[in-house]
Ligand binder design. Structure first.
Ligand SMILES: Nc1nc2c(c(=O)[nH]1)N[C@H]1C(S)=C(S)[C@@H](COP(=O)(O)OP(=O)(O)OC[C@H]3O[C@@H](n4cnc5c(=O)[nH]c(N)nc54)[C@H](O)[C@@H]3O)O[C@H]1N2
Ligand SMILES: Nc1nc2c(c(=O)[nH]1)N[C@H]1C(S)=C(S)[C@@H](COP(=O)(O)OP(=O)(O)OC[C@H]3O[C@@H](n4cnc5c(=O)[nH]c(N)nc54)[C@H](O)[C@@H]3O)O[C@H]1N2
Ligand code: SF4
Ligand SMILES: [Mo]
Length: 695
């Protein structure tokens, strides 16, 4: 007897609804859920592989203590023993990307961080989107107030450094991103891609513009400069600092920036004219522009353009979602650099330190030297800059525990590995991703199979209780009640529904949230609760995005701060590079549809296809250097020998290697000493390299 179940795909940011056929606990068929109002049946090869991922024989099924299978009780006891003698400041935590894609990490990761009593908090965010948090934090007062392009209504989309036809989108939750782009074109809109490679997304676009890696801020500044100098600026939201921005960008005329970014002057001017003339327009920049030396400046300029073309916060422009679990507004204005890292003195952002300095903190002796590490859902040896150095540092730790279903380059250093159970035993709700959705929407997927060990939430709750000195036997339900007690009144607590702590907390957040039945002035009738979501297994459409400014601004002025000092002052560094000599080759990354960072290439049906760890290089460069088959790539950090993939889809002088592949990890070449200084973000794009023949 088979049963049908509905579930949100946890594998990327697109949150597609899936329809699963379950036979005796196995996913025998996975397809798109046509009744999901947001994803409408869309599915990609990764989603379709969910069954083989769930049954992957390489997944750990029991905890490991010193490499050997152990009981959960023995594993938690080993964690208690390992952390006992390490004081708070000598502990560190690294939270990886999937911790945002499951309820355990989303709801209990914070408790572990607080319980550790350390400022050594690291995550994949400083290898990814920290520049966006910082620019939004400083401009809007809230690092989580991130505008997304209103994909379904915009007339004009300028996209830089993103390839949603492979990635399915990021910091822009849009199931069937490809279909939404096609619809944009079909309704007569225009769509322009800026990328050093002619990607599948670029091929779909009306226009593709090559840009030199790392130079997007020059292009964006040139566009803004044109808008100012031709009096094409329209500002429709309350702002401070418009004149400061105009003055700060004075030195970045299209004529000045064109030779640096490689985009002709007339194209820069035309882009400005097109943005200004479009009935509605949105500028969107992603990984290619974030993980670069001027990541924060680039992200800031993206939203400066959205503001000065009158497109921020209006339908068809760049808008803010209203997620169903949005909490009470933060009170203190956003600030960065509230403390600095011990070894390199790098500023904190969002309560974290740059992952690019984790190795320093482990290697460097002195008070506060990191001796114990917890990793959750991360593989920083593969994903952080200069990954191999981090691997060597991990080997020297007194104690390391990893919460992860796989043994890999990172977790193999852990004294204790705690594997989360199969995903079908967990509920699923996308707390973070739904704050970035291009339509307001909510969907909860309850567990499908019973647990036969601790859930990921329980694993993390236990780690938190051990770290705070309550011991390995403390009851994790106490932690849930503590957190619930901070959210709801005792009367409300008595009315909450939920089969476990995670569900109870979700119910509380939904009911108190913008659409909730406990919200005094709710939206959409105010009926949302866990029960309503359980009654609607395909998800609930909460309508198109609506203007939110000024209510969602958390700046001290109550206005958009267009010229934050921390960002504007970094323009000096940008200006100083104007006359510099470009390296002969620069390295960038890329993603493939059938992959997921470091951990999905090898799973069942995802192997093969276009999924290849090759170095893309322009045929003219191959010929000029007399290369054949493979090349040696050298950087300030390391050296790799990789197979070549000559293709004219990449600019001359640029080479591209995907990250996360064990056979040739791109992060052997990336340098942990080079950062975006404003956000502390790692630099993966625009890395200077030398290319040569092997031997
Ligand atoms: N050169 C280069 N480096 C990059 C990037 C790049 O473009 N170029 N991209 C960066 C980006 S955007 C990111 S987000 C980071 C990602 O960096 P990380 O998050 O450090 O790495 P991932 O490869 O995503 O590893 C995810 C880990 O989580 C485990 N996992 C999977 N599902 C679960 C789960 O449900 N629970 C738990 N506990 N574990 C789980 C997997 O086994 C794997 O070990 O990499 C960054 N590194
Ligand atoms: N299939 C698949 N999907 C994924 C992932 C995956 O590994 N595989 N990872 C997920 C994660 S963690 C994330 S963060 C998202 C990322 O999602 P995206 O931001 O869409 O990431 P990419 O597909 O790497 O596209 C980045 C593009 O930037 C270009 N680029 C590189 N350097 C520059 C530059 O200096 N300027 C400009 N303008 N462009 C540049 C690259 O050529 C590439 O085409 O994808 C998510 N989805
Ligand atoms: S696009 Fe993302 S969410 Fe949708 S099926 Fe593919 S991996 Fe899953
Ligand atoms: Mo990411």
């Amino acid at each position: 007897m088979t049963t049908t179940a509905y579930r949100t795909c946890p594998l990327c940011e697109a949150v597609c609804g899936l329809q699963l056929t379950i036979d005796q606990g196995r996913m025998v068929d996975v397809r798109g859920d046509h009744e999901d109002p947001f994803s409408r049946g869309f599915i990609c090869p990764k989603g379709a592989s969910l069954g083989s991922l769930d049954e992957d024989p390489n997944r750990l099924t029991t905890p490991l203590v010193n490499g050997k299978p152990a009981t959960w009780a023995a594993a938690f006891a080993a964690v208690e023993a390992g952390l006992k003698d390490v004081p708070g400041p000598a502990r560190a935590i690294y939270l990886g990307n999937p911790s945002v894609h499951n309820m355990g990490g989303s709801l209990y990761g914070g408790a572990v961080v607080r319980a550790l009593g350390t400022r050594n908090v690291f995550s994949a965010s400083t290898a990814d989107q920290m520049p966006k948090h910082v620019s939004c934090g400083l401009m809007f007062g809230d690092p989580l107030a991130i505008p997304v392009p209103d994909l379904d209504r915009t007339d004009y989309l300028l996209m830089l450094g993103a390839n949603p036809l492979e990635s399915n989108g990021s910091l822009c939750t849009a199931p069937d991103f490809p279909g939404r782009l096609k619809a944009l074109k079909k309704r007569g809109g225009r769509f322009v891609v800026v990328d050093p490679r002619r990607t599948r997304t670029a091929a779909l676009a009306d226009e593709h513009i090559f840009v030199r890696p790392g130079t997007d801020p020059y292009l964006l500044a040139g566009i803004a400069h044109t808008l100012f100098s031709e009096s094409l600026v329209t500002v429709k939201v309350p702002v401070n600092g418009l004149d400061e921005v105009r003055a700060a960008l004075a030195g970045f005329s299209p004529q000045t920036v064109a030779p640096v970014c490689g985009v002709p002057e007339d194209v820069i001017v035309r882009l400005a004219h097109e943005l200004a003339a479009a009935p509605t327009a949105a500028v969107y920049g992603r990984i290619g522009t974030c993980t670069a030396e001027f990541g924060t400046v680039a992200q800031w300029l993206v939203d400066v353009l959205n503001v000065i073309t009158g497109n921020l916060d209006r339908p068809g422009g760049a808008m803010f979602a209203m997620s169903a679990t949005e909490g009470r507004p933060r009170r203190k204005p956003y600030a960065i650099g509230r403390w600095t890292s011990r070894v390199r003195g790098l500023p904190e952002t969002n309560g974290e330190l740059p992952v690019a300095t984790l190795a320093d903190e482990i290697e460097t002796p002195g008070e506060g030297q990191v001796r114990a590490l917890i990793t959750v859902a991360g593989n920083p040896v593969m994903s952080a800059p200069n990954g191999p150095r981090l691997g060597e540092a991990f080997a020297r730790l007194d104690f390391m525990v990893s919460v992860d279903p796989y043994l890999n380059e990172t977790t193999r250093h852990a004294h204790v590995v705690l594997p989360p159970p199969r995903m079908l035993t967990a509920g699923h709700y996308d707390f973070a991703l739904l704050t970035l959705a291009v339509r307001n929407y909510a969907r909860y997927s309850p567990p499908i199979l019973p647990l036969d060990g601790p859930s990921e939430g329980e694993i993390l709750a236990r780690l938190a209780m051990i770290a705070s000195g309550q011991g390995a036997d403390a009851d994790p339900a106490l932690l849930d009640e503590l957190i619930l007690g901070q959210l709801v009144t005792p009367e409300q607590r008595a009315q909450l529904n939920g089969a476990n702590g995670a569900e109870l907390r979700l119910d509380a957040m939904l009911r108190l949230g913008p659409y909730g039945d406990w919200n005094p002035s709710p939206r959409q009738g105010g009926t949302l609760s866990l029960k309503t979501l359980l009654d609607h297994p395909h998800g609930i459409d909460l309508g198109p995005l609506e203007p939110r400014i000024p209510d969602n601004l958390r700046t001290a002025s109550g206005k958009v701060e267009l010229a934050p000092e921390a960002i504007v002052s970094d323009l000096d560094r940008l200006r100083a590079r104007l006359g510099g000599k470009a390296p002969e080759f620069v390295l960038i990354g890329r993603r493939h549809l059938r992959s997921n960072n470091s951990w999905l290439h090898g799973v069942g049906r995802l192997t093969g296809g276009t999924n290849r760890c090759t170095l893309q290089i322009n045929p003219a460069d191959v010929e000029r250097l007399g290369l054949d088959g493979t090349a040696v790539v050298r950087s300030t950090a390391g050296e790799l020998t990789v197979p070549l993939e000559p293709t004219d889809t990449i600019m001359p002088g640029v080479v591209s290697l995907p990250h996360g592949w064990s056979e040739a990890s791109a992060n052997v070449l990336t340098d942990d000493m080079v950062l975006d200084p404003v956000s502390g973000n790692a630099v993966f794009n625009g890395v200077p390299v030398l290319i040569g023949r092997p031997g």
